[in-house]
Design a protein around this ligand. Structure first.
Ligand code: ADP
Ligand code: ADP
Length: 225
């Protein structure tokens, strides 16, 4: 659980300001959503904090420290993306254990933590199956379990539900919301879907052409994208 500060962050691609002077604080344990149409800069903003992109202007703070001063392996950020990025030939268990292996967690603790994460996403009964023959919703639950098993201080999700059918999307979004509250993980969530943003968020930043237009809780949002 970490507070995140974007202090006048600007990211260029050539002459384009993909993110234009983003200035905001995300509170500890908050479910914070970046909402806006395709191309407005949501993913780019998320990627600056994930460390995939480096901003040209401004600073990002993770707790009290500048993100660029924290080595990647110490950041402990969990990520879930639209295209699940799970390993199709590893079992569900092995997929979720992957991040713990890299962190040299011992076998007994790995077993315990993986099963705990699988229970949270209701997949414990499928631990020895391979994801390639599982549904989109189940695959996205694996990705979620893999993100939370490292006990992240920050959870980043980029359109995690957009490949799922409408009914499953609604079920998954309430599951994600409940899990996030239970674990109290600071979360930044990216979506172009207004209804989804209104349903899951503590606060929403509405973006347009790289600029943040409004930051408010769902009931006070007026600057619809
Ligand atoms: P969103 O996530 O809201 O769809 P993006 O952050 O992907 O928006 O894109 C913001 C802007 O930056 C767009 O104009 C997009 O074309 C541009 N952009 C994104 N990634 C790159 C990149 N790797 N190289 C050049 N331009 C990019
Ligand atoms: P999304 O909008 O779902 O984030 P996109 O389809 O816009 O994804 O982008 C897919 C990939 O292409 C991303 O890695 C992004 O950084 C890159 N990209 C987006 N726009 C551009 C662009 N104008 N030039 C180069 N790469 C881009």
């Amino acid at each position: 659980m970490q507070k995140i500060v974007f202090d006048h962050v600007t990211k260029y691609f050539g002459d384009t300001k993909a993110v234009n002077d983003a200035h905001l604080t995300i509170r500890e344990g908050e479910f914070f959503t970046l909402l806006g149409p395709s191309g407005c800069g949501k993913t780019t903003l998320l990627r600056t904090i994930a460390g995939f992109y480096r901003q040209e202007e401004g600073d990002i703070y993770f707790g009290e420290r500048k993100i660029n001063d924290i080595p990647t392996h110490e950041r402990n950020i969990g990520m879930v993306f639209q295209n699940y990025a799970i390993f199709p030939h590893m079992t569900v268990f092995e997929n979720v254990a992957y991040g713990l292996k890299a962190r040299k967690v011992n076998k007994k603790e790995t077993e315990q933590r993986v099963m705990e994460a699988l229970e949270m996403v209701q997949l414990q009964h499928l631990r020895d199956r391979v994801p390639s023959d599982m549904s989109g919703g189940q695959q996205q639950r694996i990705a979620l379990a893999r993100a939370i098993v490292i006990r992240p201080g920050l959870l980043l999700m980029d359109e995690p539900l957009s490949n799922l059918d409408a009914k499953l999307r609604i079920k998954m979004r309430s599951d994600i919301r409940m899990l996030q509250k239970e674990l109290n993980i600071t979360t930044i969530y990216v979506t172009h879907d207004q209804e989804e943003a209104l349903a899951v968020s503590d606060r929403i930043a509405v973006m347009s052409e790289g600029k943040i237009q409004q930051i408010a809780p769902p009931e006070d949002i007026y600057a619809y994208p």
